[in-house]
Structures are given as structure tokens and as C-alpha cells.
Design a protein around this ligand. Structure first.
Ligand code: URA
Length: 242
């Protein structure tokens, strides 16, 4: 692959911008300065720098982000900054044949919810992880206004009716983790589902954090930080769960 095409594929801008980056001596490959935009490079596991920043080639981008409070999951947010501003420009600009450029979040978290968000430019992965048909479990740590009772846990597991659908929605798992705390696992992703389910059993969510999606855990990733998923994580995440 030509170096300028590789940069283009990784989201460094229009082809003429990528050509300019190389010609102006702003790109190194495996530690060496390369100024020929047509130089042939093997993209597989290629490490390169652009304007001094390290990059690794990824044919498709798969990442996790620790969403902080005060960000919207929309590309065009209405009141709060977008989570996409937490990502470097190339991840937001990666060309996507026929689709929206850049990575897209798989599902959304509310402005005041924190925790694990997956982002990718792979439509198949979005479908596999995001479609309700695949029942990928999502684990939420919920802080409540009032003490959590065993009766509330029982009702969340048995199923509650929300205002937009007569069919009850139930937690796939639910346990009390503190006097005011719950761990709730859902396999669907209805609008404000956790908050509405908790309200339906007579409590109120005051803090919501997603710690896990399928086999992927947030771990010690700090709020506002992102990281690439490893090839194993991508493979495992889309393997049958549950
Ligand atoms: N359920 C909610 O109510 N809010 C979220 O952000 C995610 C799940």
C-alpha cells in the first residue's frame, strides 16, 4: 500500500492532505522519516508517527471509551459536548465506503450516565453487539435515592411494564450491592431503560454506570480515556455470550 493511501485510510484527511503530511516530513514509519508519499508500506501491524504522535494501522477500528458525566452520545449534541470530541480527529474522520465517516458508538448512554461505550466503523460488529436480537448482556451499577429492598429486586427480575410497551421488561440479573445500590443486567436497550425500570418499582436512579458489555469490561480505564480493543477482545466480544 502507498504511504499516502495508508494515511488516508486511517483518517488523516483528504488524499492531498496526506500527500502534504508526508512531503513535509511529518511522517515516520517504523522509526524512520519517509518523505515519498508513494513509498510502499506493509500495513499489517505497521507503527508510524504523524506530527510526532504514535499510531498503529487498523484495517477496522474497534475501541472502548470510558464515558464521563456531561457528554452526549450524539454526533450533533444539543446541550452538552459530544463524546466524539474525546477521540482524536483521525478516528472521527476514517473514511467509510458509502457510510458516515469515522467510528460510531454502539448504542447510547444518557448525558449523566458514565461507563463503557464501544465504538467502531465495522457495521457487522455494530449489528452483532447492538442489535436487541443478539441479547448481549449489559451490566449497570445503579445508585438509588432510597434504600433498595428485596421486593424491588424481585420485581425487577420478574418484569415491569414501562409506559411505551405493554410487554413486561425484566432484568436478566439483578442483585443488591449496597443499601442504595444495585447491579442490573439487561439484554435490551430501550430508551432510559434502567431509570424507567427502577422508577417502575418505586425507587429513583441518582447515579448510573455501565461496567460491562458482553465479555468486555471497562477495567481501570479512566473517565474520558479510550483504548483500542485487542484482536482477542473483538473476537471474544462477538462470540456467543451467556
Ligand atoms: N438506561 C438508562 O436509563 N440510561 C442509560 O444511559 C443507559 C441505560
Amino acid at each position: 500500500m502507498e504511504l499516502q493511501d495508508l494515511l488516508y485510510s486511517q483518517g488523516f484527511g483528504a488524499r492531498r492532505v496526506c500527500l502534504g503530511l508526508v512531503q513535509h516530513g511529518l511522517v515516520t514509519v517504523d522509526g524512520a522519516l519517509v518523505t515519498d508519499p508513494h513509498a510502499q508500506v506493509d500495513p499489517e501491524n505497521l507503527s508510524f508517527t504523524v506530527e510526532g504522535k504514535d499510531w498503529t494501522y487498523h484495517a477496522k477500528a474497534y475501541l472502548m471509551l470510558h464515558k464521563p458525566v456531561g457528554y452526549e452520545c450524539s454526533q450533533k449534541p444539543s446541550a452538552w459536548p459530544s463524546i466524539y470530541t474525546l477521540l482524536p480527529a483521525p478516528l472521527r474522520q476514517r473514511p467509510n465506503k458509502g457510510g458516515t465517516p469515522g467510528v460510531q458508538a454502539i448504542g447510547r448512554l444518557d448525558q449523566d450516565t458514565t461507563g463503557l461505550l464501544l465504538l467502531t466503523d465495522d457495521g457487522t460488529f455494530i449489528h452483532r453487539m447492538g442489535s436487541p436480537k443478539h441479547h448481549v448482556p449489559k451490566v449497570y451499577e445503579v445508585t438509588n435515592a432510597d434504600p433498595v429492598t428485596e421486593e424491588q429486586v424481585r420485581r425487577l427480575l420478574a418484569g415491569v411494564v414501562l409506559d411505551d410497551d405493554p410487554r413486561p421488561v425484566r432484568a436478566a440479573a439483578c442483585e443488591r450491592t449496597g443499601s442504595h445500590a444495585l447491579r442490573l443486567t439487561l439484554t435490551e436497550g430501550k430508551y432510559h431503560q434502567v431509570k424507567r425500570m427502577v422508577a417502575a418499582v418505586g425507587n429513583r436512579v441518582t447515579g448510573l454506570h455501565r461496567s460491562r458489555i458482553g465479555r468486555l469490561e471497562l477495567g481501570d480505564l479512566a473517565p474520558g480515556q479510550w483504548r483500542w480493543l485487542t484482536a482477542e477482545e473483538v473476537k471474544d466480544a462477538s462470540a456467543k455470550v451467556g
